[in-house]
Design a binder for this molecule. Structure first.
Ligand SMILES: [Ca+2]
Ligand SMILES: [Ca+2]
Ligand SMILES: [Ca+2]
Ligand SMILES: [Ca+2]
Length: 331
């Protein structure tokens, strides 16, 4: 099965939620497939990307494991305000985006490495409540989204830079348990999702702003080990996934709310170096990926649960500056 590429756009976004090493926790969140015209169709296997002090390294997914190390930069590349992998150019390959105090810089993926620095803003652009790269407009290019105390601001990608500020809310919108941008409605535009102590709320993207609050749960729903929004069922809508000490639970999106709890594992499953939900197999369903000290383990989604452990590396693989799962090769 093939899926569409704007899916990856949110993958890097979560890094901003957990600056200082947490880039890991959420990277899988944003698999948001949704067939829309004008977008490149790809197999879409998420590759394993690690950022270290001296370079960015990629291990490609071949559908059954991650292959050997490839240096995709020859020098250090990370941002003091966050590092992200999202397809900002719209060619189906996730690009490397770094946010520093003075600007946002992009290095495009050409499928075998990240090319030279490009300034995509001429001034500082980041949010005090989080910075995200997700396709909120639905054109296949990840846009730059910042969450501040008073509002959510978007700068659209036009393929070569981020354009001017647009207020997509007129008041504050963020969650005490997390803020996410993922396409939960399945129309190809990433929606704004906030997790609070008492419920999960969604504001749909209509392409030019986020609309009114909708309660997508009637009670609390978050995980002590992490909360994620990724399409684990493969219908194009990001589902709500929570990781607790004893299991992984899914609530499917039906387009208007998250349905009842489903146990997708019968025992504990999370990584000491990070837990991710990303489609590493390329069938359109986000798989469960755990990064531990000694290896990277995958449990495939079969649409109703996560299957048995598979070792996708035979040795340790994680980055001191962050670990990510995003389709940088565009395969
Ligand atoms: Ca790209
Ligand atoms: Ca866009
Ligand atoms: Ca949507
Ligand atoms: Ca789904």
């Amino acid at each position: 099965m093939r899926r569409w590429v704007h899916v990856l756009t949110v993958l890097g976004a979560v890094a901003a939620l957990l600056p200082g090493g947490g880039a890991l926790a959420a990277a899988g969140q944003a698999i948001t497939p949704g067939a829309r015209t004008g977008q490149v169709q790809l197999d879409g296997r998420a590759d394993a990307v690690v950022v270290n002090d001296d370079r960015v390294t990629v291990r490609r997914s071949n559908g059954v494991l991650f292959t050997g190390n490839e240096s995709w930069t020859t020098s250090s590349y990370f941002g003091t305000r966050g590092t992200f992998f999202a397809d900002v150019t719209g060619d189906g390959r996730a690009d490397a985006v770094v946010v520093n105090d003075d600007r946002v810089t992009v290095r495009r993926s050409n499928g075998v490495l990240f090319t030279g620095n490009e300034s995509w803003t001429t001034n500082s652009y980041f949010g005090t409540r989080g910075t995200f790269f997700a396709d909120v407009t639905g054109d296949g290019r990840a846009d730059a989204v910042v969450v501040n105390d008073d509002r959510v601001t978007v700068r659209r990608s036009n393929g070569v830079l981020f354009t001017g500020n647009e207020s997509w809310t007129t008041n504050s919108y963020f969650g005490t348990r997390g803020t996410f941008f993922a396409d939960v409605t399945g129309d190809g535009r990433a929606d704004a999702v906030v997790v609070n102590d008492d419920r999960v709320t969604v504001r749909r993207s209509n392409g030019v702003l986020f609309t009114g609050n909708e309660s997508w749960t009637t009670n609390s729903y978050f995980g002590t080990r992490g909360t994620f929004f990724a399409d684990v069922t493969g219908d194009g809508r990001a589902d709500a996934v929570v990781v607790n000490d004893d299991r992984v639970t899914v609530r499917r999106s039906n387009g208007v709310l998250f349905t009842g709890n489903e146990s997708w594992t019968t025992n504990s499953y999370f990584g000491t170096r990070g837990t991710f939900f990303a489609d590493v197999t390329g069938d359109g369903r986000a798989d469960a990926v755990a990064v531990n000290d000694d290896r990277v383990t995958v449990r495939r989604s079969n649409g109703v649960l996560f299957t048995g452990n598979e070792s996708w590396t035979t040795n340790s693989y994680f980055g001191t500056r962050g670990t990510f799962f995003a389709d940088v090769t565009g395969d």
